[in-house]
Design a protein around this ligand. Structure first.
Ligand SMILES: CC(C)(COP(=O)(O)OP(=O)(O)OC[C@H]1O[C@@H](n2cnc3c(N)ncnc32)[C@H](O)[C@@H]1OP(=O)(O)O)[C@@H](O)C(=O)NCCC(=O)NCCS
Length: 433
């Protein structure tokens, strides 16, 4: 049985040929037009990125390597005694496009275990930062600080053929991914759990080990597995994935690229929305005391938010035009494990009242909830009540997809990204007549 790197190389050779034929034989075929509204409006809907790792259909939602979320969760090998698959198996799928056997998932799990030790200097840097620094800032700095370890940089400086870029990029990606759960748990325990750090357990898979290092009993291991898999990728145009791709396109190494993608994820319109949802719900709870608001009362809170010019966090999407299937998977989890939780009741009430209000409000193209509307409530239930930490969890998951994409970008020789800009005066000239 070939190991994951050999399997990856077989696929790379196959796909290099496909891409080269497309460019040589059909390079002039038009796949997208750009309107003035799209140029000013954040390139929404402009088809100009290529990835096979995942595809987001507006009506159906995400497919990872062609598999829907339920199919992915069903087909990937499961951790014994658990409802959820190995995160390592999901990484195997994203990288190679094939569902791994249990043996193949475990082989990757072993590689991660060998490389999981977080360097002491990273801990020292985190400790040198003011303790009230946002966890996303800490996470980004910790990742950037390891740039000195880059295998790609070492190989590049010795003189590297562009056909071999992918190899050391793969090594950087796996080295970094192996440490992300440890860094996340370290930040959490240092900031919020009396600075009592828990060492990794080499017998556990990535999700199980993360729950262990966070100090939270099971089924938090399954929560971690579900989170990392659901948040892993959402095709290439979202801010975090696109930032990772863009930065890496300059041949900046994996550490620079992933630290940058984390910075993009930290915006409230993107990954930070999961923190904002809990912050918003807490605001409502403060006003309601112990009582769960009626739907009528909840409607008033939602309208107050809209009328004050703010967005309702956790609702709307740039591509999706239905309820996010990532929301639905987490909702199913909540219905199974925490149906009576008071915050779940709030989230459920928002699911009923917000979409008709956003439709009446008439601005958002998609009134339905996205992944962030549901994710915080699960964390809260299992004791992670420090909601500013939630986006770090999103970041660990998103790294799976962005790292896979960057390895493939290098393998297929995608060039430095450089769209063209125009001035407002040029646009005015173009629209005349
Ligand atoms: C996700 C999001 C950034 C997508 O933005 P987008 O692609 O520009 O969305 P739309 O095209 O539907 O936006 C059209 C208008 O509706 C508004 N809108 C979109 N979602 C909204 C929401 N949840 N609450 C209030 N207004 C919203 C936009 O701000 C925009 O307003 P404008 O015309 O005054 O500029 C947006 O829906 C949003 O801000 N949602 C809340 C934050 C969030 O949950 N982010 C996580 C996304 S996974």
């Amino acid at each position: 049985m070939p190991n994951i790197k050999e399997k990856l190389y077989e696929k790379i050779v196959e796909n290099r040929d496909r891409v080269s034929k497309l460019v040589k034989q059909h390079g002039n075929v038009k796949i997208s037009d750009v309107t003035v509204a799209q140029a000013i409006g954040g390139a929404r809907g402009v088809k100009c990125l290529v990835t096979d790792i995942s595809y987001l259909d507006p009506e159906e939602g995400i497919r990872f390597r062609g598999y829907t979320i339920p199919e992915t969760l069903e087909k990937l090998p499961k951790v014994p005694g658990s409802d959820m698959p190995y995160v390592e198996g999901h990484m195997y799928l994203l990288l190679t496009g094939e569902i791994p056997t249990e043996e193949e998932a475990l082989e990757l799990a072993d590689i991660f275990k060998e490389r999981q030790q977080v360097p002491q200097y990273v801990c020292d840097i985190l400790r040198a930062m003011p303790r009230d620094t946002h966890p996303m800032t800490m996470f980004s700095v910790a990742i950037a600080s390891m740039q000195r370890e880059s295998e790609f940089v070492k190989a590049y400086q010795k003189g590297l053929s562009k056909y071999d870029y992918w190899d050391s990029t793969y090594e950087d990606g796996i080295n970094l991914l192996a440490k992300l759960t440890g860094i996340g748990a370290y930040i959490y325990r240092m900031k919020y759990r009396g600075d009592v750090i828990i060492s990794p357990d080499k017998d556990l898979d990535m999700g199980g080990n993360f729950a262990h290092m966070m100090g939270i009993p099971n089924p938090y291991d399954d929560v971690a597995r579900l989170y990392f898999i659901l948040h892993s990728d959402h095709e290439s145009g979202n801010v975090s994935a696109h930032t990772g791709h863009l930065v890496a396109s300059a041949l900046s190494d994996m550490y620079y690229a992933i630290s940058s993608m984390i910075n993009g994820l930290a915006g409230p319109l993107h990954g930070l929305a999961n923190e904002q949802v809990l912050r918003w719900i807490q605001g409502v709870m403060d006003q309601m005391g112990e009582k769960v608001p009626s739907d009528e009362e909840m409607k008033k809170f939602v309208w107050d938010t809209l009328n004050s010019g703010q967005v309702v966090p956790g609702f709307g999407h740039a591509v999706l035009r239905k309820t996010d299937p990532r929301y639905m998977s987490q909702r199913e989890f909540c219905l199974k494990y925490l149906p009576d939780d008071p915050i779940f009741k709030y989230v459920d009430s928002l699911f009923r009242v917000v979409p008709p209000i956003l439709e009446e409000h008439g601005h958002a193209k998609n009134p339905w909830p996205n992944v962030d509307a549901q994710s915080g409530v699960i964390q809260w239930y299992y004791g992670v009540k420090e909601y500013e930490f939630y986006t770090v969890l999103f970041g660990i998951g998103r790294a799976l997809g962005v790292i896979s994409n960057i390895i493939w970008d290098r393998a297929l020789g995608y060039p430095i990204e450089r769209p063209k800009s125009v001035t407002i005066a040029m646009l005015e000239e173009m629209v005349k007549g």
